[in-house]
Design a protein. Structure first.
Length: 270
């Protein structure tokens, strides 16, 4: 399909894709799950930090930090990381937080320490973060509630329950899952005012995301945040980090220097 630009709308951008049946999306999810289970052991250990390099002679995009979802690890980003690096983003790292984490706030504090270390190691004042599912909510909490706006230029979220999800009520016995419910204190905290937040948010959400109930909960709708919502069709929750069109959209967002508002009006995908 020919590349189609995003329409110029004030708060919502749409990623146009061919029509995909729910059955096709479900089958793709199963294939992605099988592949991810095979790769999962390779991402259990924490990634070794990339050695610092001399400061570039020309301005470079901030380093990119990838943050996985619930009971997952950095292996979910194997294809996305490869794609971003192939397209010129040289400094891409992934952070593991413990699968035993029971409090989103604690994970956000860990993220803050890692961001500070990454900035010190690379000599860059800010980073970009790409978070899948829960990882996107952790990044947003760090930015909004823990002062991370000073260190984070852009947060890209993939299938993140920004307004809380109602999926799988039986899993609510897990305290972290309870924090993802629409009536949780974490979701309430994220709805509080966030004046003068300079961080740009880009939320990719899919009409075939089985984990986001309802699917539009993966949108960011907050009056104080600079946020763009990118809707895609026919892509399931697990497939978001491995989808080629999503990866292309993420790359375009992250390679914009200081004018992401303009970029979201002109970005296109194949």
């Amino acid at each position: 399909m020919a590349a189609t630009p995003f329409p110029s709308t004030p708060d919502t951008c749409r990623l146009i894709r061919p029509h995909a049946l729910s059955l096709r999306s479900a089958l793709t999810e199963l294939l992605v799950l099988a592949g991810h289970l095979a790769l999962y052991p390779t991402g259990i250990t924490q990634e070794q930090p990339t050695p610092s390099t001399p400061a570039p002679t020309a301005p470079a995009p901030p380093p990119v930090l990838l943050l996985h979802g619930f009971i997952d690890n950095r292996s979910v980003f194997v294809l996305l990381r490869r794609s971003l690096r192939r397209q010129g983003l040289r400094h891409v790292e992934a952070l593991n937080y413990s699968p035993l984490t029971c409090d989103l706030r604690k994970a956000a504090e860990l993220l803050g320490r890692h961001v500070a270390e990454l900035c010190a190691r690379t000599g860059q004042p800010r980073v970009d973060i790409v978070g899948h599912s829960l990882g996107g909510l952790i990044a947003r909490y760090y930015v909004q509630r823990l002062g991370g706006a000073a260190r984070v230029r852009t947060v890209v979220t993939l299938g993140t329950p920004h307004s809380g999800t109602r999926v799988a009520p039986l899993l609510s016995a897990h305290p972290l899952v309870r924090q993802l419910r629409p009536d949780s204190t974490v979701i309430s905290e994220l709805a509080l005012p966030a004046p003068n937040c300079p961080t740009h948010f880009v939320a990719f959400w899919s009409d075939q995301d089985q984990i986001m109930v309802p699917p539009a909960t993966a949108r960011i709708d907050h009056p104080d945040l600079i946020a763009h919502n990118v809707q895609i069709s026919g892509v399931g929750h697990l497939a978001l980090p491995v989808n080629a069109s999503v990866a292309a959209g993420i790359h375009e967002v992250l390679t914009v220097r200081e004018e992401p508002d303009h970029a979201m009006d002109t970005i296109s995908v194949a």
